[in-house]
Each structure stands twice: as structure tokens, then as C-alpha cells.
Design a protein around this ligand. Structure first.
Ligand code: SF4
Length: 470
């Protein structure tokens, strides 16, 4: 059954880490994860270390469902890491929830990963031949196995060697040997930033988590960098030479929270700029600009301001619909749609409307939105999209659906327009998106198929593979 709202790419994970012996690290991690909840809603976990042993609590569900006050209170230590995860159906297993914790020759280690390895299957096969056993189906376990394989080296050297083995996208937070580590792949595909709380440091997927715990943003972890945080403070080492930066463009278009700043780009300002570029590329004579809330809002405001057209709340979002509402029957499908979003008739009636959304993945949602706005009395509905057409799957940690389910892989723009029933349809161009972001140091592979990191033939076509992404 179609569920309204599921027709969007899904972020795989969010990570958080803190070293602060004088503070309640579990509680701060809990709040950090709360701020990152949009990056994954299926499982959550926190690992806390006192420098010798690591306590772990993880479970299926939202951060608020997994952690009670008493659990957070009981997790005492000097440093902690946390993780929120989204996974594709079938991999929603507690064993796959993170952080992962292992005992190895040098003690205990905890790891949390955002991203997706593109050579995970080969690495897993090779490790398996050498006797490694796996308890999960996620690629993150391959990373922790590799690190322990280099146990004769110092941990920092082991991390460098592990990075040399890995291909793909990864932002990692690791607890081991009385230290907190943060690592980012040499292309910097997935975000990771550093904050300061008093004279202590923390790491987070997005700066909104730093704001939430009252930490000051210091900087982003550089591509290929290893950050080490301990009693001495923060120091860093370039694990791998950085290659051309390829931050995920979709973070700015849709995933990240508008109040986050990643790699020097504020998300809300970037989205507004996308709207201005859309206005330049496709000015439409209209009476009203509306957004598909929430990620289309900043672009719609940018478009409306650039062309001097009024912006209105044409679609109203119900903020209290979670994952757990009883799915409507087939006969009540429309109720399911309206439960999450409803058209505001008083705003839309008799208007020529420009509606702005961040992306079209399969097209099923867009169809229903156009229909809803027309039924509310709009004379015309022009659909503008602040991303280029999503025509290729992502192998770097985003679930974009399989290639053949992507409508832009199957139909041209006129075909998509007819399918969704809009009067006109325009996607921002790649050039317009780059202008809006002010940089071309971004991955655009799901739009143009030019993958900045090679995908092994074993992993290609395995966007929903046995080895689950995270
Ligand atoms: S392929 Fe698309 S979703 Fe994946 S990292 Fe690149 S821009 Fe982001």
C-alpha cells in the first residue's frame, strides 16, 4: 500500500560523540541524537566509556522510545558516542542497530557509522576467509573488523590502514583506548563537524546537534582527516590525502535540518538560493507560491521573493503523525494522504499556483499533491523541483529506491509532467544547483550517474543487498 510521505530518499544514519569527563556524557549524547532524529528513525543507541569498559544501550524505535530517564542516568562515563539509524525493510534488526561494541586484544571499542562502503562485500569476503565472524549484516562491522586486524599497530596507525582499505562514504565516531575518534572519508561525502562544550569537544553529523547541547561550532572534519579527542584536547592527523571534495548535494536539498551548516554552507540559505535559481530558470506568471512542507519551504520563499509573487501556506502539515499511525485501508487511502498534509482551500481557490518540492523520486506522492491542490480549487498547478531529476541510485548511504523505480529513470520530463498531472514541470538544472550552492565540490551522482567513488561490480546493483547499508 502506498503510504504518503514514503516517496522520498531516506537518510541512513546520524552520529554523535563527546569527550567530557566532567559532564553527563550520556545525557548530552541523548540530546544530540534527539537533534539528529530526522536522519534515522528505526533504531537508536548510545555507548558510554569510562576509559576501560564500555556500556551499551540500543533498541528499535525513536530516541525517546529507546531511552528512559533511568537508562540515561545509569550510563556513567567520561565519553560517549551515539547513533540513529534508518534501514530498508528486512534489515530492521536490533543486531544491526549501532553503536557496535567489540572486545579485542587491546580492550573494548565502540563504533558508529554514517555512510555506505562501496567495497563492503569484497572486504567481508576477504575477512571471512581469514577467519572473521560477523554478528550483523551491516558494512560498519567490516570497518570494526579491519581496525582490530591491525591491532599490532597503534590505534591511530590502525585507523589509517583501515581507511586505506575502505572505499565509499563514511563518517565515523569511535571510542577506544580512552579516546574519542572522528573520521571522514577522503571525499567528505557524509558530513561530520566538531564542537566545543566548555574546554571539551564533541562531534556530530550536523551542527544543529551542537546548537542543541549548547556547544560552539568549531569546524567540519576535513575529508580524509582523523580527529582525536582526549584528556589533552583535540588533535588531528590526515589519515588519507583528501581527494576532490564531493559532499552529498542531497544533504542541502532535502536531508539536513535547515538550521545546520555543513562544509561552510547553511542548509536553509542554500535552499532559498535554489528557489532564486528556479525563479531565474523558470519564471511563471502565477498568483501564489506554495511549498511542500518542510523541505520545500525555503526554496518556495526564495522563488516567491525573487519574482514578487505572494507566498502562502497552501499545504498544511500535521506535525503529530508519526510512524505508528494505523495505516488506512485501500478504500480510505485519501484519508491517509490528508492525515499528513492537507490543502488549504481558502488560500488556493481560483489561484494560479506554483508549488515547490525538493525532489521527485517515484512520483506517487507528487501525483497526489497536484490532485489535492487542484481539488482545493487551484486554476493551474505548476510544479517546480529544487533538485535535478533523480535518475540513478545512491551507493553512498542514501536509500533512493532501485533504479527502475525512479520515475526520472523511466520517463522524460514531459512524461513525468503527464504522470503527475501538473500544468507544467521544471527541475532546477545541475548548473543552477551548483550556482545555488556556490560550489561544484558536491556529489551529483544520483542526478547524472557520475559516481565520484568507484563502485565495485560486486556492490553495484546491490542497493538493497544482503549486506545492509548504514
Ligand atoms: S548519489 Fe545523490 S544522495 Fe548519494 S551521496 Fe551523491 S548526491 Fe548524495
Amino acid at each position: 500500500m502506498f503510504e504518503f510521505g514514503e516517496d522520498k530518499p531516506k537518510e541512513e544514519c546520524g552520529v554523535f560523540g563527546i569527550y567530557a569527563p566532567d559532564q553527563e556524557v550520556a545525557r548530552l549524547t541523548y540530546y544530540g541524537l534527539y537533534a539528529l532524529q530526522h536522519r534515522g528513525q528505526e533504531s537508536a543507541g548510545i555507548a558510554v566509556s569510562d576509559g576501560r569498559s564500555i556500556a551499551l544501550h540500543k533498541g528499535m524505535g525513536l530516541v525517546s522510545e529507546v531511552f528512559s530517564d533511568s537508562v540515561v542516568e545509569s550510563m556513567m562515563g567520561k565519553m560517549a558516542i551515539g547513533h540513529v539509524r534508518y534501514s530498508t525493510t528486512g534489515s530492521s534488526l536490533l543486531a544491526n542497530a549501532q553503536p557496535l561494541v567489540v572486545h579485542y586484544q587491546k580492550g573494548m571499542m565502540a563504533l558508529a557509522h554514517n555512510g555506505n562502503l562501496t567495497n563492503a562485500l569484497e572486504l567481508r569476503e576477504e575477512l571471512g576467509k581469514n577467519g572473521a565472524v560477523f554478528q550483523t549484516t551491516i558494512d560498519s562491522e567490516v570497518i570494526i573488523n579491519l581496525i582490530t586486524r591491525y591491532r599490532r599497530d597503534s590505534l591511530e596507525d590502525a585507523l589509517v590502514k583501515t581507511m586505506m582499505d575502505l572505499r565509499g562514504a563514511y563518517a565515523l565516531v569511535i571510542l577506544a583506548e580512552d579516546k574519542l575518534f572522528g573520521l571522514r572519508d577522503p571525499h567528505g561525502v557524509r558530513p561530520l563537524c566538531i564542537g566545543r562544550v566548555g574546554d571539551r569537544y564533541c562531534l556530530a553529523s550536523e551542527s544543529c546537534a551542537l546548537d542543541t547541547i549548547g556547544a560552539e561550532f568549531i569546524r567540519d572534519v576535513e575529508p580524509g582527516e582523523i580527529v582525536v579527542i582526549d584528556e589533552e584536547g583535540l588533535h588531528s592527523r590526515q589519515g588519507l590525502t583528501k581527494t576532490a571534495r564531493s559532499s552529498c548535494a542531497f544533504e542541502y536539498i532535502y536531508f539536513a535540518r535547515p538550521d545546520s551548516t555543513m562544509d561552510q554552507l547553511n542548509v536553509s540559505a542554500s535552499r532559498r538560493q535554489m528557489g532564486i535559481e528556479l525563479a531565474r530558470e523558470c519564471p511563471i506568471e502565477a498568483d501564489l507560491v506554495i511549498a511542500v512542507p518542510d523541505s520545500g519551504t525555503a526554496s518556495a520563499l526564495g522563488y516567491a521573493t525573487a519574482l514578487g509573487i505572494p507566498f502562502g501556506e497552501g499545504l498544511i502539515k500535521n506535525r503529530y503523525v508519526g510512524r505508528t499511525f494505523i495505516q488506512p485501508t485501500q478504500a480510505m487511502r485519501e484519508v491517509g494522504v490528508r492525515l499528513k498534509l492537507n490543502a488549504n482551500t481558502s488560500v488556493l481557490k481560483d489561484k494560479r499556483v506554483v508549488m515547490i518540492d525538493d525532489s521527485i523520486v517515484r512520483g506517487t506522492t507528487s501525483c497526489k499533491l497536484v490532485d489535492m491542490v487542484k481539488k482545493a480549487g487551484a486554476k493551474e498547478v505548476h510544479f517546480l523541483i529544487s533538485s535535478p531529476p533523480v535518475a540513478y541510485p545512491c551507493y553512498y548511504g542514501i536509500d533512493t529506491a532501485e533504479r527502475e523505480k525512479l520515475i526520472a529513470n523511466q520517463l522524460d520530463i514531459e512524461g513525468i509532467r503527464k504522470f503527475i498531472g501538473a500544468d507544467s514541470l521544471h527541475y532546477i538544472s545541475e548548473e543552477g544547483l551548483i550556482r545555488a550552492l556556490g560550489t561544484d565540490a558536491v556529489c551529483l551522482a544520483c542526478f547524472n550517474g557520475l559516481y565520484p567513488i568507484p563502485i565495485s561490480s560486486m556492490n553495484r546493483g546491490k542497493n538493497d543487498f544482503e549486506l545492509k547499508k548504514c
